[in-house]
Design a protein around this ligand. Structure first.
Ligand code: APR
Length: 247
């Protein structure tokens, strides 16, 4: 029988006990950065309400109009300079300090707020906003904060593109993610609508393995709520700082 998740205000739950040696997997989505002023995708006023996904977040959109795609990402790069980590990012960085390799921090976000809060070894499964790569040759992606007026080119002559994973592309490092999931004792998703796969399916994969406690923290019930043990509703910046009790 599939258990029914407990869905309630975050204040109704106690901290999550983490014992030494337990493996914790935290998956963050746009909601963790919302209180820093980074727009989410699917909320009212979110990025996908203002832009067509097909135009700015697909390889086909880039092939059709690279200038427009670069303008979109350049705007986001400029805005990224103005934002600061919030208490949720800072709390996850402190958790990393305490757990070391027992924490796997995986984010769907392309912003650098986890790193700027002090988190090390953040797995950016959808790439990084402040990184650029060649659309053609095997040159390694490189750090790049530039905002471009026109689409830049690689030394090989092909167009450079933002180093982000678009719809229809494979997220980065899936084997590493699934290895970490296999060992997970506590899985926590923070601020993701559960609408985009494969990330939205990690929790049902864990259900199948049958070992991890699975907790959601975010403003609203996510689309994949049924797969969690608990959905703790509220703002990440208010709930995450007191979420973990490491013993
Ligand atoms: N605290 C916690 N959760 C919040 C907050 C907040 N302050 N503000 C918003 N949320 C929640 C929303 O209720 C929503 O469920 O964060 C979630 C954000 O959902 P999406 O906008 O769909 O973002 P995400 O799930 O990260 O999107 C996944 O989709 O478009 C692609 O590649 C993009 O990585 C992105 C992926």
């Amino acid at each position: 029988m599939v258990p029914i998740p407990k869905i309630a205000a975050g204040s109704e739950f106690g901290p999550l006990r983490v014992r030494r040696g337990e493996r914790v997997f935290v998956l963050t989505g746009a909601g963790v950065s919302a209180e820093s002023g980074v727009p989410t995708f699917r909320d009212a006023g979110g990025l996908w309400e203002q832009h067509r996904v097909e135009d700015v977040a697909t390889p086909e959109g880039f092939a059709r109009d690279p200038e427009m795609v670069w303008r979109f990402y350049s705007q986001r790069r400029l805005k990224a300079r103005e934002v600061r980590p919030n208490p949720a990012h800072l709390a996850l960085a402190r958790l990393g300090d305490r757990l070391g390799d027992d924490l796997f921090l995986c984010t769907q976000n392309v912003d650098a707020l986890h790193e700027r809060a002090g988190s090390k070894d953040v797995h950016h499964m959808h790439g990084r906003l402040l990184s650029t790569r060649c659309s053609s040759c095997g040159r390694a992606p490189f750090d790049d904060e530039s905002a471009y007026e026109t689409a830049p080119r690689c030394d090989c002559g092909a167009l450079l593109r933002p180093d982000v994973v678009w719809f229809g592309e494979m997220p980065y490092g899936l084997p590493r993610i699934f290895d970490a999931l296999e060992e997970t004792d506590l899985f926590v998703t923070v601020g993701s609508s559960g609408a985009v796969y494969p990330a939205a399916g990690f929790v049902s994969h864990l259900r199948h393995i049958g070992r991890a406690r699975c907790i959601y923290v975010g403003l609203e019930r996510p689309d994949n709520a049924h797969s969690f043990d608990e959905c703790r509703l509220g703002k990440a910046g208010e709930l995450v700082p007191s979420l973990f009790d490491v013993t």
